[in-house]
Design a protein. Sequence first.
Length: 135
Amino acid sequence: MMTLEARSPRRILIVDDNPAIHEDFRKVLCPVARPSDELRGAAAALFGRPVDGPATTTYQVDVASRGQDGLARVRESMAEQQPYMLAFVDMRMPNGWNGIETTRQIWAINPLLQIVICTAFSDYSWDEIRSELPQ
C-alpha cells in the first residue's frame, strides 16, 4: 500500500482571475528557500548535534483564471487518475462563473474534492452560500 509520503506531488488547484493571487499561493505552498549552511551550522552548535531541516511536503499547484477552466483541470485530473486533493476557489470572478457555480460544477464530477472558497468581497452571505452549497 502506498503511503501519503510516497505519493508525489500532492495536487492543489487555484481558481482565481488574479494572476498575483496564483503567485501568492505558489510562494506559500512551494517555497524555494531552504536553510543556509550557515544557519544549519548555527543550529548544530546551539543544540550540540546536526539538525535536520524541516520536513517538506511537495505540492503541485495548478491554476485556472476562470471557473470553466478550473472545471476542465479537474476533469483532466480525474481522467489521469491523479485528482486534486484541494481547490481554492475565488468567489468573485467577473470573467466566467462565480465561486458558487464553479464549486457546484466541480462537485458534480468530483464530490469528494475539498474546496476552500476565498474572497475579499462576496455577493452572498454565509447563509446564502450554505443554502447554495449544502455540502
